[in-house]
Ligand binder design. Structure first.
Ligand code: NAD
Length: 543
């Protein structure tokens, strides 16, 4: 019996290793990269305690080296998905009753495993699968994931501590029950940490999960499953399946026990999922929780008082780190006439120092985009720009897919603030600049607010406090994460809870208790110590 009210270890953000020349972590991660690169890995699905293989496989390739095969993963048939659901529901019987301290311990152990023995492996797998530089892999697969796990354990405790008032003779208690059924987690390619968190945060609150990672992240998702197993997560709590997303989703959504979806990915897919859930609403036991963080068309707006070098650095880091494939990446920039020339010159000069290539070469700041589809989408946009009158390429614009899907960091200048690349999410290393007359600051804020369907992240650069205040008000609903004098990317768990509204998602703020609250269904228990024994209230005695 747990005769205690435990306090979990207070979380702090995981320190980022430097990977400087000669450092032990650099040597270790490069050795692991080489080992994974030269081994052929076969990845089964994980359903309960079974490693499930099928007749159908797909091969995995590093985006920066697309002719090299990392291995294969096994794709589900409908029966596998039904099996994953049944296995999750069976596991729910014990897991939903597991004391929260034990759930906390499992995920705290997972965090320590990633921080220690699995750090090099999860980073190397992310470098290979998603083509991240070591720094981008470290801040994602290691640090952000560790932070998600440790901070969420703290938030879980805070949620459980939140209890209602009592009155004389009465004790009120709230139990934060897991949802009745299973949760479907669907994750994107771009962050190993997001992929792990979509399943782990739900499971932490006592739920069971069927998790479908992106086809382009399977290689690193597999390492996450190894970590869960080693941390002692019971079989069947998180079941990982791969394959045709339509078939998997349709099978999942047919189940009356479908209790919620934890999704991150593009807006179109999310809207489609929501629509399907609506169509099936009569068959579900409960109203499913629908949580989705989706696309963005994230902005930087500079006021005439801004420092041009700082704005340029915000553009370079905000638009081109991880090849612009962060949902928060800056992809539209509004520059005042008085600063535009200086900012563009700084950006061009910085770009000359940036090299592109394999993440195994630590000199590279930019690597490849994720797959053929992304490459083709970006090349088409670049070629279209070359044909248009109101837009020009001022830096970059090159591409080469002979070895990997490489697209140069590209800066585009337009005189049309509604040009296609000012409003459409391209998800790559292409940023579009629009120059506004200094006197049009207030109208330009309006333009920023009205130009895209999204409202994920945005940044304002200004030294003028009145201008900042005006921007904060005018752009109140334009971004769920709003940055002042900083790039719009790089949210840190525990510091900048992340998510956007409008077309960018349900804004349930990953990395905060707001998100965890979506995965519980509270039950109120009222206990009366001396129950009433006469139905008559005093007012009835009047006659
Ligand atoms: P994607 O939409 O292609 O895929 C996301 C997931 O949905 C994958 O697991 C994919 O297999 C699945 N999927 C695809 N088609 C489906 C279908 N018809 N039915 C069911 N599932 C389907 O996105 P991606 O390319 O992996 O990731 C990039 C997108 O994710 C961008 O739009 C980006 O802005 C967004 N994103 C948002 C956030 C955020 O926090 N807001 C974070 C990361 C990525």
């Amino acid at each position: 019996m747990a005769n205690r009210i435990a306090q979990v270890p207070y979380p702090t953000n995981e320190p980022i290793f430097s990977y400087a020349p000669g450092s032990p972590e650099k040597k270790e991660v490069l050795e692991m990269y080489e080992r994974l690169y030269t081994t052929t890995t076969e990845i089964p699905m994980r359903i309960g305690n079974r490693d499930v293989t099928t007749d159908e496989t797909a091969s995995m390739h590093p985006p920066h080296d697309h002719q090299h095969q990392l291995g294969v993963y096994h794709k589900a048939n409908k029966k596998n998905i039904e099996d994953a659901i049944a296995t999750a529901l069976e596991a729910r019987k014990a897991w939903s009753q597991m004391p929260w301290e034990s759930r906390a311990a499992i995920f705290l152990k997972a965090a320590d495993l990633v921080a220690g023995p699995y750090r090099a492996k999860i980073n190397a797998a992310t470098m290979l699968a998603q083509s991240k530089t070591i720094f981008q892999a470290e801040i994602d697969a290691a640090c952000e994931y560790i932070d998600f796990l440790r901070f969420n354990v703290q938030y879980m405790q805070e949620i459980y501590e939140n209890q209602p008032e009592n009155s004389s003779g009465i004790w009120n208690r709230l139990s934060y029950r897991p949802l009745e059924g299973f949760v479907y987690a669907v994750s994107p390619f771009n962050f190993t940490a997001i992929a792990g968190n979509l399943s782990a945060s739900v499971a932490m609150m006592g739920n069971v999960v069927v998790w479908k990672p992106s086809d382009h992240q399977v290689f690193s998702a597999n390492v996450l499953m190894d970590v869960f197993r080693e941390a002692g997560l019971p079989d069947g709590v998180i079941n990982m399946v791969f394959g045709d997303p339509e078939m998997i989703t349709n099978t999942v959504l047919e189940s009356p026990d479908f209790a919620g979806i934890h999704y991150t990915g593009s807006t179109t897919v999310f809207k489609n999922l929501w629509r399907k859930i609506g169509t099936h609403i009569d068959r579900y036991r409960s109203y499913p929780r629908i949580v989705g963080e989706t696309g963005g068309k994230d902005f930087i707006i500079a006021h005439p008082s801004a420092n041009p070098k700082e704005v340029a650095t915000g553009i370079i880091r905000g638009a081109f780190e991880f090849q612009g494939q962060k949902c928060s990446a800056a992809s539209r920039v509004y520059l005042p006439q008085s600063l535009a020339e200086k900012v563009i010159a700084e950006v061009k000069s910085d770009l000359k120092t940036i090299s592109m290539g394999s993440p195994a070469d630590f000199k590279n700041f930019v690597t490849a985009v994720i797959h053929r589809g992304a490459y083709d989408r970006l090349v088409a946009a670049i070629e279209q720009i070359k044909k248009e009158q109101d837009v020009e390429i001022v830096a970059g614009g090159g591409y080469d897919d002979s070895k990997g899907y490489f697209v140069e960091p590209t800066v585009v200048l337009t005189t049309n603030p509604h040009y296609d690349t000012m409003s459409r999410e391209l998800f790559g290393p292409l940023v579009t600049l629009y120059v506004y007359p200094d006197a049009e600051w207030s109208n330009t804020l309006n333009l920023v607010d009205q130009t895209s369907e999204y409202a994920l992240t945005g940044a304002v650069y200004s030294q003028d406090r009145y201008a900042l205040e005006e921007a904060l008000t005018a752009l109140e609903n334009s971004a769920g994460n709003f940055y002042i004098n900083d790039k719009p990317t790089g949210a840190v768990v525990g510091q900048q809870p992340f998510g956007g509204a409008r077309g960018s998602g349900t804004n349930d703020k990953a990395g905060s208790s707001l998100n965890l609250l979506r995965w519980v269904s509270p039950r109120l228990i009222k206990e009366t110590f001396v129950p009433a024994s006469d139905y008559r209230y005093p007012f009835l005695e009047e006659n």
